[in-house]
Design a protein. Structure first.
Length: 402
């Protein structure tokens, strides 16, 4: 890790945001494509799982567990109930990581155009706007006041973007590394050594750990998990108060990757190599840490941050190598359509029933003709319709910018 930091630090001694290492107008297609790849699974995974489950369970005797490749895919597209890691558990932190990468490029451009103070003010306004959009995404004031969800996916992204961006503006590379390490180690210490009232010893189990306890005591209004007679609005939240601390570190890992990509003193293929090496190092360290601090997405444990951050770095290296170094770009265009309008597609599900429209094409008797593959066919058509919509917006240059 020290060698990687040395490579990134090969930039000028001043804070990187004050003197952009590459022209601020430069935009990497690989970053847009990776964001679109990530959002593709956010939007389509649930549909695919629903269809794949019907295929895997068809014809099985009661109590028989499905097996085979299709079942493996369906399993990987579902979150682990608590401890462990599936592909689906990588999707959200990958988006936070990419937000960190993009922050390096966008803030450098903002500083160049208006100065550091103006950049930080714009950073604050965008974060607040994204947070408010998150409130309304989960229903806003549609129901009772107690149903408002203060912390959710978009809200977490907004908070991570704000604090990682401020760290990028205010500190040099070494200071950023210190902040990142302090967040991960500090969170580990709180979770491992602070006693939870009513729980013997220390625990990472659901409802018995310190992060869940903090949510139950200090997070008001609606919480996503742990509803009961005693907690009608929920006991804790997977995007809760304390677990947001290490999530900021996930965004900072993305910032480190973005700084590496912007380094003008490094060859492109060397950047790919260091992204892979850094990713492998994070994965190895994360799994080693998990022996004491398990990989749990709903707690966003420090080991989880390192493992998914490492995989994110290797995915970025792969996309960057293929798209921006080898210039093999045509295959990635559907992901670029989505990635350049990621907020639009995420919010559009609130207003457009892609599956409902798909059913008008392959529902009813047509769906019966496909047999056990009927639900899967609806999912595939819904994804195709989503891509058609995203392509239309891309061609018309219609982009939702916060």
């Amino acid at each position: 890790m020290a060698a990687i930091a040395t490579e990134i630090a090969a930039q000028p001694a001043e804070p990187p945001v004050l003197k952009p290492a590459v022209p601020a107008s430069e935009r990497l297609m690989s970053v847009d494509a990776l964001r679109g790849f990530d959002m593709f699974w956010i939007v389509g995974a649930e549909w695919l799982v629903s269809g794949l489950e019907k295929v895997t369970k068809a014809g099985l005797a009661p109590g028989t567990e499905p097996s085979g490749l299709i079942n493996l895919i369906a399993t990987q597209l579902q979150h682990k109930q608590w401890e462990g890691l599936a592909f689906e558990d990588l999707i959200f932190p990958l988006f936070v990581f990419i937000a960190g990468v993009s922050t390096v490029f966008s803030l450098s451009k903002s500083v160049e155009q208006g100065g550091a103070n103006a950049a930080m003010w714009r950073l604050f306004k965008r974060a607040v706007l994204l947070y408010v959009v998150g409130i309304f995404y989960y229903g806003g004031f549609n129901k009772s006041f107690n149903d408002i969800r203060l912390l959710g996916v978009l809200q977490r992204i907004a908070i991570c973007y704000l604090f990682a961006g401020l760290t990028f503006c205010l500190f040099k590379l070494r200071g950023m590394i210190v902040v990142c390490v302090a967040l991960l180690v500090g969170y580990w210490a709180l979770m491992s050594f602070v006693h939870v009232p009513g729980v013997e010893g220390h625990s990472f189990d659901e409802g018995k750990n310190y992060a869940n306890y903090i949510d139950s005591q200090y997070l008001p209004l609606r919480k996503w998990d742990g509803k009961s007679a005693a907690f009608p609005n929920g006991h804790h939240d997977p995007e809760g108060l304390l677990s947001t601390i290490p999530a900021i570190a996930s965004c900072l890992l993305g910032c480190f990757a973005g700084m590496l990509l912007k380094n003008p003193n490094m060859d492109s293929r060397k950047k790919v190599l260091w992204l892979f090496i850094g990713g492998l190092a994070c994965v190895a360290l994360g799994y080693a840490w998990s022996l004491q601090f398990p990989i749990i997405k709903k707690l966003w444990t420090s080991s989880y941050v390192l493992v998914v951050g490492g995989y994110s770095s290797m995915l970025l290296a792969t996309f960057y190598l293929i798209i921006d170094v080898w210039k093999m770009q045509k295959w990635a265009m559907p992901f670029v359509w989505i990635g350049t309008n990621s907020i639009t597609i995420y919010l559009s599900e609130q207003f457009i029933s892609y599956k409902g429209i798909a059913a008008r094409f392959v529902g009813g008797d047509v769906n019966k003709w496909f047999g056990v593959y009927g639900e899967l066919m609806i999912a595939l058509v819904a994804i195709a319709l989503t891509l058609v919509f995203m392509n239309f917006l891309y061609r018309k240059k219609i982009f939702l910018r916060l």
